[in-house]
Write a protein that binds this ligand. Structure first.
Ligand code: CA
Ligand code: CA
Length: 188
């Protein structure tokens, strides 16, 4: 009788242990499968950040200076970093300008953009296209060199203090293009 009772008690203990262990495993499994909250772009106003640079190779970081957006002249610093408030719909349309460059319209999501915004040099007269009129303007300063650090010759795209064939090659990259020829900007 005693043995039978003992066996019963031991069986109950083992059974309870198995049930407890099973519950623990179930809980642990549930814990693992609980989806991690996804960080989603908020639709509230925020800050967007992106780097802006010419699409040609350059050695002088002076070329990164002078970009600006409408209504926020200081939103882009001298290193070409745009840091600006976003609108309420999650995307902010900006038009980026710089003297001598084709203006570019972009929409930026909130947060730090991965891809730089590339700008095309060559629109010297600012008429939203790169054509022969810009070449004629460039010819007026062709073969011109200068030394003054504060002098800004628009046709000197690579800022090597001289307007020469290197700048002609830069303007030739997108000769014939208008502001509508930029590809859609992908931030990521
Ligand atoms: Ca032009
Ligand atoms: Ca140059």
């Amino acid at each position: 009788m005693f043995k039978k009772t003992a066996c019963y008690v031991i069986s109950v203990i083992i059974l309870c242990s198995l049930i407890s262990f099973s519950c623990f495993l179930s809980f642990a499994a549930d814990g693992q499968s609980t989806p991690i909250p996804t960080v989603r772009p908020t639709l509230l106003p925020g800050i967007c950040e992106a780097s802006i640079k010419p699409d040609f190779d350059f050695a002088n970081n002076e070329v990164l200076k002078g970009f600006y957006i409408d209504g926020a002249m200081n939103a882009i610093n001298d290193k070409g970093i745009l840091f600006a408030p976003n609108s309420t719909n999650g995307l902010s349309p900006f038009t980026i300008h710089k003297e001598g460059y084709l203006s570019r319209h972009v929409e930026l999501p909130i947060g730090k953009a991965k891809n730089p915004i590339e700008m095309w040099a060559g629109d010297i007269n600012g008429d939203k296209r790169i054509n022969i009129a810009d070449i004629i303007l460039m010819s007026s300063s062709f073969n011109m060199s200068y030394t003054a650090s504060d002098q800004n010759i628009v046709s000197d795209f690579n800022k090597d203090k001289s307007v020469n064939m290197a700048d002609v090659m830069i303007i030739a990259r997108h000769f014939g293009a208008t502001v509508n020829d930029y590809p859609e900007y992908k931030a990521y």
